[in-house]
Design a protein around this ligand. Structure first.
Ligand code: DAH
Length: 335
């Protein structure tokens, strides 16, 4: 018992100076004292056990007291009811070195940058919209099966989480009408988040990003559109590219096209391997009319494509779901 008294004294002395007092409860001396119980004869065991238990209790209460003391020292008390400038200690923000921009944010800025250098204005698309901007203003007839390709989420009040950035077309046209009629042109890209009710896999996500371009002038034509898109892709991938189009149906353009690039060899492509990058076409007269623009005087082209697809090709990312996963292992590659 003599030994126990000494060990107790020394452990209590450690607790009152320790910055991590709880660690003392795991000290080898204490373990040894417990370990000795096994080899003890039954008649001594009771008294010994009680002594060790008392020691543990007094150690624990001393640890709690020390912890409370430490906490009192580290927390600066403030008057939470006082006006903000009365409490002198300012909220510390985490240092920015701990974080980095998300690859999609970086690339959205990159895309916006290329188009602004071409003379387009870049705006952010909306993340909540209505049926008129999603379908009506885009020449989707009521109950037309083409609406099925844009199955997305709706609130009970009838608001829509937009399934494409084309919801911005009518707004861009309405806002640009005066400029157009004063002899100018409309040239805007809208970038932002879209949503779809998808079966998720490596190439389909419920949340993704698109970039939508709208250009209107007195004599806009398909040649200008193809030149604009080709320049964009060549600038984005930093090399010359083979491009092609094929007919496609979108109610808001006529003719409607899909625009494809040949996968560059530098990005693992083989000759003849085509990647469809976006939908595009000449803006349908009904879409111009819906914005009060006379289709007999003005023509326009528009396109819309996925940002993820661009970025996945650029960096060889094999699964679209990485973007929304929040996995640090993935995000750190872009830091
Ligand atoms: N909004 C279409 C989609 O997400 C893509 C698209 C096709 C946009 C043709 C356009 C266009 O502006 O002209 O599937």
């Amino acid at each position: 018992m003599q030994d126990i008294d000494e060990i107790e004294k020394s452990l209590l002395a450690q607790v009152v100076v320790s910055d991590a007092p709880r660690d003392v409860l795991k000290s080898p001396e204490l373990k040894q004292l417990y370990g000795a119980i096994k080899s003890m004869s039954a008649d001594k065991r009771g008294e010994y056990g009680k002594r060790i238990n008392d020691l543990k209790l007094s150690l624990e209460s001393s640890v709690s007291r020390r912890e409370a003391d430490l906490e009192d020292k580290t927390v600066v008390t403030i008057d939470v009811t006082a006006p903000w400038d009365v409490n002198t200690c300012r909220v510390e923000l985490l240092p920015t070195e701990f974080g980095s921009q998300h690859p999609l944010t970086l690339e959205l800025e990159n895309v916006a940058d290329i188009f602004t250098r071409m003379g387009f204005e870049a705006i952010e698309s909306r993340q909540i919209d209505d049926d008129y901007h999603m379908f009506g203003s885009l020449n989707f007839p009521e109950n037309h099966p083409a609406r099925d390709g844009y199955d997305t989420f709706r609130t009970e009040e009838g608001f829509i989480a937009p399934a494409h950035t084309s919801t911005m077309q009518n707004r861009i046209l309405v806002a640009g009408k005066d400029k157009l009629e004063a002899g100018g042109q409309i040239g805007v890209v809208a970038l932002g988040r879209c949503f779809r009710n998808e079966d998720l896999d490596a190439t389909h996500e419920h949340t993704f990003h698109q970039y939508e371009g709208v250009f209107v002038s007195r004599d806009a034509n398909l040649g200008q559109m193809l030149g604009t898109l080709r320049s964009f892709f060549e600038c984005y991938y930093g090399q010359s590219l083979k491009v092609k189009t094929q007919p496609a149906y979108f109610p808001f353009v006529e003719p409607g096209l899909e625009f494809a690039i040949e996968k560059p060899a530098a990005l693992g492509g083989k000759p003849g391997e085509w990647l469809e990058m976006l939908g595009c076409g000449m803006i349908h007269p009904n879409v111009l009319l819906a914005a009060g623009i006379d289709p007999k005087k003005y023509r326009g082209f528009a396109w819309g494509g996925g940002i993820e697809r661009l970025v996945m090709l650029k960096y060889g990312i094999e699964d679209i779901r990485h973007f929304e996963s929040g996995k640090l292992q993935f995000l750190r590659k872009f830091a």
